[in-house]
Design a protein around this ligand. Structure first.
Ligand code: PEP
Ligand code: MG
Length: 749
């Protein structure tokens, strides 16, 4: 049975055309179960009906056949989302006779829903003349097959091959990652580059070309591992095998050696790549074994992938010359940093989730973003699209009525922004006079000249990673002194909290790639820098030197998970301080803080209070680790609940504990910059919030229009709630009642 199952799935997934794949599915399943009829229906939610897509055994010649969700046994399977197995279908109360199907001849009925991530995509039905109950094994077989078919159908849909024509409105749903709406032409990342387009070119800088090639190979290996992992639970073993093959080839010292030799002859990296790949693939083409001959094509494909990485890791270049909606496979902070801001209307990413760093950066830039959108590769550049960063909807080539609706929404947005801007420099306090410190999160943008934000009284989190990520090597001490000096100078007289390097997780250095099964649980943040005291010391010294005479530096340590890491970090900071003091006797000791983002720290506040000056809560990671949900993974994005009752309780526990030990605390995770998050935190008792530039005005406006006492009451109410959806809804209603609905807009639909 297992073999039959595997065979069917393999045959089906090998067929490129989805209609044909369904044909193969019904034919082979009917044969495997020794029954007389097998049919697949797919759901059309817009018309609330099931549409017959393929059948072996019913009268069907390709014309459209629909069954309303509310009718018949097939409709019942869809509604109940459970298999129905009956011997005498025609005597069942839900049976409905559809004359066009010619199914009056069949008695036995086994229908199973095709479910993908809780959604019933359709129904698969087995039928037979004899009045008999299908066996339990047959039922289990069909359920297993339906689960596999669901993946194939969902995949086809993600590729834009959705078989159902629903209301002619081409809309896709993703994860709302950055609020706002945008209308404009699509610009697509160049995904495929052809080897035969590479022309002969030489280089005079062999070292640089060799370095590019090395970085390219590492980036490609990381990507293959990631792709392989992504496909791991998938059924298409061919796709898995190909990534294994690529990895194997790339690790082959001979291929690497040949590439190196070719560049050393003076050829540019891409020209060397073309020649070597063609030589290898020709060698395979000449082999007598048919299997090996076929590998020639794999080698060419590997070459083209490398070419893509070569061009993208060299210097991301974007030929964008007008405002566009940027569509990419995976949005990275580096990519976003390389796109000219003035032309960036919105971003759509096929992968990612709300709190991936790229999403955070989109919010910081004030650019609407939707992540995890199954946008087809066939949607052409320049097609008009609408992006709804509130609801996560993306409309491709929308009709005029939808464009008009969004035009109106866009105007409302602009009005709200100008309202918010008017209040930007006013004191940050609630109506009843409770002062809340608002600070800036900065550093994710590649732009080193930090913009002054009139709404804040300092920088609560300066992320230092980007200057490391955008280089081909670690930045020198002097480069870092200059960079940090600019930031400290821009906010002179105000406190600036600089975080030490937090790479790992979803931020990797191109020149020091880290390959791990679980990068977010791995060599990340302080774990990495403590293992590289040289890098840590350079960074701390650079911060200290930059702070001389400015005296507004605080240093923040990321990803601390135990007191030993803190002690080791403090020792290194002391060492750096002593070294700097030798040359600059007037250097002052900075304030030192710890990020609370690993749950273990929730219980160690008394110990922290003895050694550090403050703590800052990284709710992005704290939520990820508390809920065991990858902040980057589209598949589990719905489980990442930023106002999960446990997250709120953890935050309350932490605040109480810090107050008890007189340890200053602020929040620098994305929750602080979210209107719902901000009112909850302030209601809980937090008095210092750090957020990205685009959110400062909005949060200040919200806080200036609510009473603290009401927020305290709101907080009490939500603390008794069990579901984050309920908490969220309650807070939204509260904001609406305060006349602040525009800050929690639900989108058009
Ligand atoms: C956090 O984890 O909340 C945080 C502020 O750090 P980052 O988002 O850079 O991981
Ligand atoms: Mg973090």
């Amino acid at each position: 049975m297992l073999n039959q199952l595997r065979d069917i799935v393999e045959h089906v997934s090998r067929v490129e055309d989805v209609y044909q794949a369904l044909e193969v599915f019904v034919n082979e399943t009917q044969k495997a179960v020794h029954t007389e009829c097998c049919t697949v229906y797919l759901a059309n939610d817009s018309f609330q009906r099931l549409e017959l897509m393929a059948t072996k055994g019913l009268t069907y010649d390709g014309e459209t056949i629909h069954i309303p969700y509310s009718e018949g046994l097939v409709g019942l399977v869809k509604r109940s989302a459970e298999p129905i197995n009956i011997a005498k279908a025609q005597s069942h109360s839900a049976f409905k006779y559809f004359p066009q199907l010619g199914e009056e001849v069949y008695e036995a009925f086994l229908g199973t829903p095709i479910i993908y991530r809780k959604q019933v995509l359709g129904v698969v039905v087995l039928q037979q003349r004899d009045s008999r109950q299908f066996s339990e094994t047959e039922e289990a077989f069909l359920v297993t097959l339906a689960a596999q078919l669901a993946v194939i159908i969902a995949h086809a849909r993600e590729q834009g091959h959705w078989l159902i024509d629903d209301k002619g409105l081409n809309s896709l749903n993703g994860i709302a990652a950055s609020p706002g709406v945008a209308i404009g032409p699509i610009w697509r990342e160049e995904v495929s580059m052809r080897l035969h387009d590479v022309l002969p070119a030489s280089t005079i800088n062999v070292e640089r070309e060799l370095e590019w090639m090395a970085v390219t190979i590492e980036n490609a290996l990381i990507d293959f591992r990631r792709m392989r992992k992504k496909l791991d639970g998938d059924i298409n073993k061919d796709a898995l095998a190909i990534f294994d093959l690529y990895t194997h080839l790339l690790n082959d010292p001979m291929l690497r050696g040949d590439l190196k030799k070719q560049i050393q002859k003076g050829d540019s990296a891409d020209w060397a790549l073309r020649q070597i790949i063609e030589a290898y693939s020709n060698r395979f083409l000449k082999m007598s074994d048919a299997y090996l001959r076929e590998r020639a094509q794999d080698i060419r494909e590997l070459g083209e992938r490398l070419l893509f990485f070569l061009h993208n890791s060299q210097r991301p270049q974007f030929d964008i010359d007008k405002p566009v909606i940027v569509v990419v496979r995976e949005l990275t902070a580096t990519l976003l940093a390389a796109i000219p801001k003035k032309y960036l209307l919105a971003v759509v990413s096929q992968e990612g989730a709300t709190n991936s760093h790229a999403a955070i950066l989109s919010r910081a830039l004030g650019v609407p973003a939707v992540m995890g959108v199954g946008i087809s590769d066939t949607v052409a550049a320049d097609t008009t699209a609408i992006i709804d960063g509130y609801s996560g909807e993306v409309f491709i080539d929308p009709p005029k009525a939808i464009i008009d609706e969004y035009d109106a929404l866009y105007d409302e947005e602009k009005e709200l922004s100008s309202l918010v801007d008017q209040d930007i420099a006013l004191p940050s306090q609630t109506i009843d006079g409770r002062a809340i410190t608002l600070l800036l999160n900065a550093g994710l943008s590649a732009d080193s000249s930090i913009a002054i934000n009139a709404g804040v009284t300092g920088v609560g989190l300066y992320r230092t990673e980007i200057s490391f990520i955008l280089k081909q090597r670690f930045p020198s001490e002097e480069e870092q002194v200059n960079l940090y000096g600019n930031v400290l100078e821009a906010y002179s007289g105000q406190s600036v909290v600089m975080r030490t390097l937090d790479v790992g997780g979803d931020k990797s250095l191109p020149y020091l790639p880290i390959q791990e099964e679980n990068p977010f649980l791995g060599w990340r943040g302080i774990r990495f820098t403590l293992d590289h005291p040289d890098i840590f010391l350079i960074q701390i010294r650079a911060m200290l030197v930059a702070s001389i005479q400015r005296n507004n530096l605080s240093i923040l340590l990321p990803m601390i998970s135990n007191i030993q890491e803190l002690d080791d970090s403090l020792e290194l900071i002391e060492q750096a301080f002593t070294e700097v003091k030798e040359h600059y006797p007037n250097v002052r000791r900075p304030r030192i803080g710890v990020m609370i983002e690993v749950p273990s720290m929730l219980f160690l506040v008394p110990q922290l209070a003895q050694s550090v000056d403050f703590v800052s809560v990284g709710t992005n990671d704290l939520t990820q680790y508390l809920l065991a949900v990858d902040r980057n993974n589209t598949k589990v994005a719905n489980v990442y609940e930023s106002v999960h009752p446990s997250v709120l309780r953890a935050l309350k526990l932490l605040l109480d504990s810090c107050q008890q030990h007189k340890l200053p605390i602020s929040i620098c995770g994305e929750l602080a910059g979210d209107p719902v998050g901000a009112i909850l935190l302030v209601g809980m008792g937090y008095q210092s919030l750090s957020m990205n530039s685009a959110n400062v005005g909005r949060i200040k406006y919200v806080l200036r229009h609510v009473e603290h006492s009401k927020l305290e009451r709101l907080n009490e109410q939500v603390m008794s709630m069990n579901h984050s959806s309920e908490i969220h809804q309650h807070c939204k209603q509260f904001l609406e009642q305060q006349g602040l609905a525009g800050f929690v807009r639900a989108g058009k639909s």
